[in-house]
Design a protein around this ligand. Structure first.
Ligand code: NIG
Ligand code: FE
Length: 403
């Protein structure tokens, strides 16, 4: 593989340092080079510097002209539900006419509607769907994505979802405990099945386990049972928590040493304090809050209290049909009270930390993965500023030009 030189970049911008996760003021600290270059050697970054300091390069070097463009680390989406069949556009219209997300879920629509479509898709159909979604993410500047199962809820479809995610290059999370499917009497009976019949194989395919701890889904006792069994099987732990109600997700996440607790739209002062004092990352999903017309999570309070926060899309057909981390950054700056620099740290280094990869993803520095997102902009902050615009103009993944 020849070296790849990204040259004459207007700005090269990266979260500073080597630490992860970034907290407090460090979340917005940047290394910022005007008129810079990035030299990739294989799938790693060899050098980042100023054009005037670029020494003559020997050997075969492919060049990419970065004139007029800014470079940021390849974006990392640490929370998606990209493995699904069908869509929920009818439900979207019903919600636009006044129906609530929770009402539709209770009436057997919502997540369970996607479960039926996902089971019907088959493994080949699911693989095609995840590939398609991966392509959308790449166009939006995402070079690494996590994706959850959770729309199969039977053995075959859960395992097929995890395989489809891995085949598309995603990082698989087992969300077996997403909802109780109709063939099981209640949550406890469903967990009996999941832990006996699915966990042993899911633990071979996934890196982490996730649970939807919420009224109408799984309660704190059920979540604890599921997560403890998953941890014993070697999986890292994550939780969907405080989306609609505070039902004990943050204390449970802290107690179990989870990697993250995600959503937090309903988190109050005490929960924010508990999270801030812990090693658990709060993953904020402002598109989901926007899409469901819910309150935004208390991002500013969390960051100021010293919590580690990440940003992600929550891409899924029901609550967040959006794969764009640039749009998430726009929402972070306009709705969450974060600066563009804090938003960048949250969807690069801190997201990589949630995925256990902060030692090689999320920064533009020697030794890190040669994953670069190029912005067609005179200033990198257009990432958040150009709301909904075509700001991403190219992506390098593993040292190769992806588009
Ligand atoms: O993170 N809240 C639970 N799960 C997903 C939504 C799933 C769906 O509506 O299909 C979420 O928002
Ligand atoms: Fe989610």
């Amino acid at each position: 593989m020849p070296k790849l030189l990204l040259r004459d970049l207007r700005q090269v911008v990266s979260p500073s340092g080597r630490d992860a996760p970034l907290r407090g003021r460090a979340l917005g600290d940047l290394d910022w080079i005007d008129d810079g270059y990035i030299l990739c050697d294989g799938d790693r970054i060899a050098e980042v510097g100023r054009m005037r300091d670029l020494a003559p390069l020997g050997g075969e070097v492919e060049e990419l002209n970065g004139r007029g463009r800014c470079a940021i680390p390849g974006l990392v989406d640490c929370h998606t539900h990209a493995a699904f069949g069908g869509d929920r556009v009818d439900e979207f219209s019903l919600r636009a006419a006044g129906a609530s997300y929770e009402e539709l879920h209770a009436a057997g629509g919502g997540i369970l509607a996607t479960v039926a479509a996902t089971r019907a898709a088959g493994e080949a159909g699911l693989s095609r769907a995840v590939e398609r979604h991966r392509g959308w993410m790449l166009r939006a500047g995402t070079t690494t994505f996590e994706a959850k199962s959770g729309y199969g809820l039977d053995r075959d479809t859960e395992l097929a979802s995890l395989r489809a995610i891995a085949a598309a290059g995603g990082i698989p999370t087992w969300l077996g405990a997403h909802a109780v499917p109709p063939e099981h009497e209640d949550g406890d009976a469903y967990l009996d099945f999941l832990l006996a019949e699915v966990l042993p194989d899911a633990a071979e395919l996934a890196e982490a386990a996730d649970v939807f701890l919420e009224r109408g889904a799984f309660d704190a006792n059920q979540a604890r049972r599921y997560l403890e069994a998953c941890r014993a099987a070697g999986l890292a732990l994550r939780l969907h928590g405080d989306q609609f109600t505070e039902a004990g997700a943050i204390p449970l996440a802290v107690e179990l040493g989870a990697r993250s607790v995600d959503h937090l739209e309903a988190t109050g002062t005490a929960g924010a304090r508990t999270l801030a004092e812990s090693d658990v990352v709060g993953v904020l999903l402002p598109v989901s809050a926007l899409f469901l017309d819910r309150p935004m999570p208390p991002a500013r309070t969390l960051v100021d209290a010293g919590a580690a926060v990440a940003l992600a899309t929550d891409f899924n057909p029901g609550s967040a049909f959006c794969e764009s981390l640039p749009l998430v950054c726009s929402l972070a700056a306009t709705q969450l009270g974060l600066s563009p620099a804090e938003a960048l740290g949250a969807c690069t280094v801190n997201a990589a930390h949630v995925l256990g990869r902060a030692d090689r993803l999320g920064r533009l520095a020697a030794g890190y993965a040669a994953d670069v997102t190029l912005l067609d902009a005179p200033d990198w902050r257009y990432l958040a500023y150009h709301l909904g615009g075509p700001v991403v103009s190219g992506v390098v993944k593993d040292g190769a030009v992806a588009w």
